[in-house]
Structures are given as structure tokens and as C-alpha cells.
Design a binder for this molecule. Structure first.
Ligand code: ADP
Length: 301
């Protein structure tokens, strides 16, 4: 197959591994920086250009679109979809997963376990919002945050009120969540491909920290998943419409709860700690599923 990887940096671990795995299985790979693409939007023959070159047709495209380029990146991916290229994850599903509130609403509609979550825009609604999610301690999150930045634990009502007010004061969109204390500063990353969790790892926050992000000094280890955790992860990915996803789960007193569904999950940590060749599993998924013009949405809404 001719496969395109949308990635801004060919040296990133995930990009390198996907290229290696695809080439080892006889495919040809082109790494494309979405910001260097420009497009011709027309019904008869949509096309994508980069550095003066009209890009050839591809059988499949692997989007690795960073959070900071979601808007332009999904537009480029949509153009590939219009040209009939099979996307590993569809542009619509990626856009959904990048919006934390929208994701939570979609997941809750399907009855998937979530931390009790609330959001509001007016400071006068804060006291009621705090009560609605069960009172302190609470987790407050900036919607645009990634890698644990903008995730705050407020242990008292006063602290919660001031943090929420501060975020609202600088016009940040936030959500307020029940604190899952019993998770003990650990979460579980489930790597989903198709209808299966192919690898999982537990991430544990360092002492004195509740955020388990590896970027925040968390440490990872192997974990054995419960069947209910596997089922939750697969259903969460399905609900978002993602073929490949990193589903982050907390172990709560009321069963597994989903915190986030990531549409470009990194391969480094999971390949290392779960000892699995996830890159090859992704390429095999494409071999089995890629077909021209086979998307659920073809870029619609
Ligand atoms: P980001 O997308 O920035 O990584 P997350 O929502 O995943 O933000 O939160 C970062 C970390 O904080 C999680 O990995 C988890 O360890 C911890 N965390 C987030 N929300 C909660 C919660 N409601 N209860 C307990 N811990 C949480």
C-alpha cells in the first residue's frame, strides 16, 4: 500500500515506529507535514499540494495531528477523505475527541462510566456547580489543556471557588469534576485498535501529586485489565468513532470511569511498558480494513 503519515516531525518516536513497521511489511510511506499542505477544494478533483508538488493518491493515511494544529490538520485529513484515501481515524472522530465537553456528552449518552462532571460559564453559577458535582474535593480542568497542564485539585470549597473564578476571569473554558480519590493517583491507558484493547499500562503519579501523566513525572508499569475495563475502553473508542485510540480510565468505587479518549495516542510508553509491537498492529489493521472511499462520514459534520 501507499501510506501517508500526517506528522510534523519525522523524528518523533511514534512516526518513526509507524514508518519502520509499514516498510518492514512492504508498504511505501510518505511523511507529510500538514502545515506544508495547501489544497484545492473542488468537487470533480480535490487535490493536496505540498512544496509545489501535487501529492499522489494514497491507499491509507495515518493522522498524527498535534493538539495545536487540530483545526488545519483535520481540514487536510478531510481533503484526503474526499479524495477517497482511507483514514486510520476519521477527521470527524478526531475533532470530537479534541473537544473534552463534547466527548463527555457523547460518552454519557452511551452510558459509559464517567466522573461526575459539570461546566458553567458564569461566575454566579459557581456555588451551585460545586454542589452539583458533589462538593469538594474537586478536579478543575481547562478544556484546552493537555499533558496534565491546567488540571487542578481543589480540596476545599474556597479553593475550588477561587480557582474556577480565576480561570473564568482569563476566559478559559473549564469543567469541574468529582475527584476520584480511590484511584490513588493512578490511571490506566488502554490502547484500542478496532474492537480490541491490544496493550495497556498503569501510570502512577509521584508522591504528593494526583496527576499520573508521564510528562508530570508519573511512572508506568504493566497492568492486568478487568473485563469491564476492556469493554469500557472499546466502547469509548467506538462511541467517538475512533479505530485507534488511547482511552484513559480511572478505577473508581463505581467501576471504571473514562477520563479521556485520545485520537493520536503516543507509542513510546505503551510499546516500552506493555512490551508490544503496537506499530505493526496498526499497520495490520490498515491492511485488513483500508478501502478506497470507506469512511463512515466522508468528512461530513
Ligand atoms: P490531560 O488531558 O491534560 O492529561 P487529564 O484529564 O487526563 O488531563 O488529567 C490528568 C491526570 O490527572 C490524569 O491522568 C489523572 O491521573 C488525574 N485526574 C484527572 N481527572 C481526575 C479525577 N476526576 N479524579 C482523579 N484524578 C484525576
Amino acid at each position: 500500500m501507499n501510506i501517508a503519515i500526517l506528522s510534523r516531525n519525522p523524528n518523533l518516536y511514534s512516526t518513526r515506529r509507524l514508518k519502520e513497521a509499514a516498510e518492514a511489511r512492504g508498504h511505501s510511506i510518505k511523511i507529510i507535514d500538514v502545515l506544508k499542505c495547501y489544497m484545492n477544494i473542488n468537487m470533480q478533483s480535490p487535490s493536496i499540494h505540498s512544496k509545489g508538488e501535487d501529492l499522489p493518491g494514497f491507499d491509507a493515511v495515518i493522522p498524527r495531528i498535534g493538539a495545536s494544529v487540530t483545526f488545519y490538520g483535520t481540514a487536510v485529513l478531510r481533503q484526503f477523505e474526499m479524495m477517497g484515501t482511507y483514514p486510520l481515524n476519521e477527521s470527524v472522530a478526531i475533532s470530537r475527541s479534541r473537544d473534552k465537553l463534547r466527548s463527555m456528552q457523547l460518552l454519557s449518552r452511551k452510558g459509559i462510566g464517567l466522573p461526575v462532571t459539570g461546566f458553567a460559564s458564569k461566575p454566579s453559577d459557581i456555588p451551585d456547580l460545586i454542589d452539583m458535582v458533589g462538593g469538594p474535593p474537586l478536579v478543575i480542568k481547562i478544556l484546552e489543556g493537555t499533558q496534565g497542564i491546567g488540571v487542578v485539585l481543589a480540596e476545599t470549597r474556597k479553593a475550588a471557588q477561587s480557582v474556577i473564578e480565576a480561570f473564568m476571569g482569563v476566559r478559559s473554558n473549564i469543567m469541574v469534576q468529582e475527584y476520584i480519590k480511590e484511584a490513588g493517583g493512578a490511571d490506566i491507558r488502554c490502547f484500542v485498535i478496532g474492537n480490541k484493547v491490544v496493550a495497556a499500562m498503569k501510570r502512577q503519579a509521584p508522591a504528593g501529586e494526583f496527576r499520573s501523566n508521564l510528562h508530570r513525572g508519573g511512572t508506568a508499569s504493566l497492568v492486568k485489565l478487568q473485563p469491564s475495563e476492556r469493554a469500557t475502553a472499546v466502547r469509548a473508542a467506538r462511541t467517538m468513532g475512533l479505530n485507534v485510540a488511547g482511552v484513559d480510565i480511572l478505577r473508581s468505587n463505581h467501576g471504571p470511569v473514562v477520563m479521556e479518549v485520545n485520537s493520536s495516542p503516543g507509542l513510546r510508553g505503551i510499546e516500552e511498558y506493555a512490551q508490544k509491537d503496537v506499530a505493526t498492529l496498526i499497520i495490520k489493521y490498515l491492511e485488513e480494513n483500508a478501502q478506497a472511499h470507506k469512511t463512515r462520514t466522508r468528512g461530513r459534520g
